[in-house]
Design a protein around this ligand. Structure first.
Ligand SMILES: [Fe+2]
Length: 570
């Protein structure tokens, strides 16, 4: 038996993943358990949960692998600081203390955290972790692999060829030329939190026009070979800038948006300019990614593409790559960001230990099981009613058809940032008022953020173009809602007619699939609005305690935990 634990952390999205005998046994983001969104620490709770799920102890682990090299990262920081000396001198000690204070000794910390001898802990390269997380769990025996993120060690973008268990580096782009950092800088400019607000920028982009192409050409230069360069004067990275962009960027694009102000997207409002900036950023991002993907196609000649890195969470760009880059199939592993590095690191360790390639990823239910017993105990204390159901999917389908908004907790929680039916809030997708009600009752989201539909995979093509495909099971792409269906899918159709579709199969998500079948009987469409079960700014719920706390705090119509429906007192 070979048991390999992968770990990411100390930046954002701490996570742990465990591969035993070549099979992914568990993969868990720390935020789900610590309840700290994008938890930047080390994944103490996630490691313990992975070991518990496998029924093994730390001594049983053959290898523990950290998802990036702290030494190469230190080298990059030092090099950058020396290059920008003497301007950088006041940040020197801070940058070094961040590096030396924790990250350089991370492998020692990991050994202590997990409880294994230091000799069993090692690291792999950041982008190789990303590449492995996508390719080794993809349905393709061979593929081109493109990884794009903020920065990992000193690389921001890399192209690989995957063949069986081999992952061969073909080329990379160096820091600071980074699509992830460009997206992050504009995210901050638009008043959103970096590493959190990027998907808001993507949603906002549909409300604007890419009017600022010429200005963006000053920020980033695209080359014919697919590579690109950022113009340093507009960005502030290692020099201690809190926002990631310089005063020059505001001179170029106008004053930044103040965080937290309510959004008003009328044609004449000042927010329209920000929507246009978002639209320009999104267009430029798509063009850069298309250039890179086409280069990957030219260099590998492969038919399939695997994408990873934080930028691969851009579902709108992924859809364009799938359509326009020349590949016939595209796959993105659901935790495409740095959490996914933990999974990639564990898989690389398993391959090195001589394990066969794992089966393609069928579902993302790799977290801990929800406990009905715990839910029942807690419900009594909270004064919530509990009703055991003979046929939970039938009851949930009926209630949804009558307009209820219901939470569901079923089985193990999801891996990655999307709720895929294991910890979801469900509603009818028909009325746009549903969106408003959800926002008012629970989500308090910006008005431009869309809700997403879950549809039975076998019926998907009746409602959406391009679905199902290899991206839709994990919501890593968008599809177009067929024009004649939009009136009945108003709550899940974005302003541009797109939807971030999840295609559902009984094998991957049994409860949700059964609920959608039931909805089909009532409404003629096996589709539900599916959004994550969490309050504003919170991680998605993991355990029954989180779910019942959510039910107590929010006026939803009920919460299903396994086969039991919990309700608030009238
Ligand atoms: Fe990354």
């Amino acid at each position: 038996m070979a048991a390999i634990l992968g770990i990411s952390g100390l930046y954002h999205d701490a996570a742990a993943a465990l591969v035993v005998d070549g099979t992914v046994v568990a993969a868990i983001q720390e935020e789900r358990l610590s309840r700290l969104k994008n938890d930047p620490g080390l994944p103490r709770r996630a490691v313990a949960a992975c070991l518990r799920l496998a029924g093994i102890s730390p001594q049983d682990l053959d290898t523990v692998i950290f998802y990036e090299s702290p030494y190469r990262k230190l080298e990059r920081v030092l090099r950058w600081l020396l290059q920008s000396y003497p301007r950088s001198v006041r940040h020197f000690s801070r940058a070094l203390s961040v590096q030396l204070g924790s990250k350089l000794w991370v492998l020692d910390q990991v050994a202590e955290l997990v409880g294994v001898p230091r000799a069993r802990v090692r690291c792999v390269e950041h982008h190789r972790s990303h590449a492995a997380s996508a390719f080794l769990l993809s349905p393709y025996p061979r593929a081109a692999i493109l990884t794009v993120d903020g920065v990992g060690e000193d690389v921001t973008t890399a192209i690989y060829r995957g063949n069986g268990t081999q992952i061969e580096l073909l080329g990379s782009l160096p820091y600071p030329h980074s699509l992830g950092l460009l997206y992050a800088a504009i995210t901050a400019y638009l008043g959103f939190e970096v590493n959190e607000g990027e998907h808001k920028v993507m949603g906002l982009s549909a409300f604007g026009l890419p009017r600022y192409r010429e200005l963006f050409e000053k920020l980033v230069t695209l080359h014919a070979d697919g590579s690109f360069e950022l113009c340093a004067r507009y960005f502030e990275y290692e020099r201690g800038g809190e926002l990631g962009f310089s005063a020059d960027l505001e001179h170029l694009l106008g004053p930044r948006r103040r965080p937290g102000l309510p959004w008003e997207l009328a044609a004449s409002s000042s927010d329209q300019r920000y929507a246009d900036v978002a639209a320009t950023l999104q267009t430029v991002t798509e063009e850069i990614l298309l250039g890179l993907a086409r280069r990957a196609k030219r260099e590998t000649g492969e038919d399939a593409l695997c994408l990873a890195g934080g930028v691969a969470l851009n579902a709108v760009a992924n859809a364009r790559i799938a359509r326009e880059a020349g590949f016939s199939r595209v796959f993105v592993q659901p935790a495409a960001g740095d959490a996914g590095g933990a999974l990639g690191a564990a898989l690389l360790g398993a391959i090195e230990a001589g394990e066969a390639r794992p089966a393609a990823m069928q579902h993302a239910a790799l977290g801990e099981q929800v406990s009905l017993e715990q839910a029942l105990g807690l419900a009594r204390q909270l004064g919530l009613s509990a009703e055991r159901l003979d046929d939970p999917a039938r009851t949930v389908g009926e209630l949804l058809a009558r307009g209820s908004i219901l939470g569901v907790c079923s089985g193990r929680f999801e891996w990655g940032p999307r709720a895929l039916g294991q910890r979801s809030l469900l509603a009818l997708p028909k009325e746009s008022q549903t969106r408003e009600r959800l926002n008012r009752l629970i989500k308090q989201r910006e008005p431009f953020r869309p809700f997403a539909p879950a549809v039975l995979a076998e019926h998907a093509r009746n409602f959406f173009t391009d679905a199902p495909n290899d991206l839709t099971p994990f919501m890593t792409s968008i599809c177009s809602v067929k024009p004649e269906r939009r009136a009945n899918l108003a709550a899940v159709t974005h302003v541009d007619g797109s939807a971030r579709v999840q295609t559902v199969t009984p094998g991957a998500t049994p409860l949700l699939a059964a609920v959608l079948s039931e909805l089909n009987q009532h409404t003629g469409a096996p589709i539900a609005l599916n959004t994550s079960l969490n309050g504003p700014g919170e991680p998605i719920v993991a355990h029954a305690t989180d779910a019942l706390a959510f039910l107590s705090a929010h006026a939803i119509d009920g919460l299903l935990v396994e086969d039991c429906l919990f309700r608030r007192p009238n």
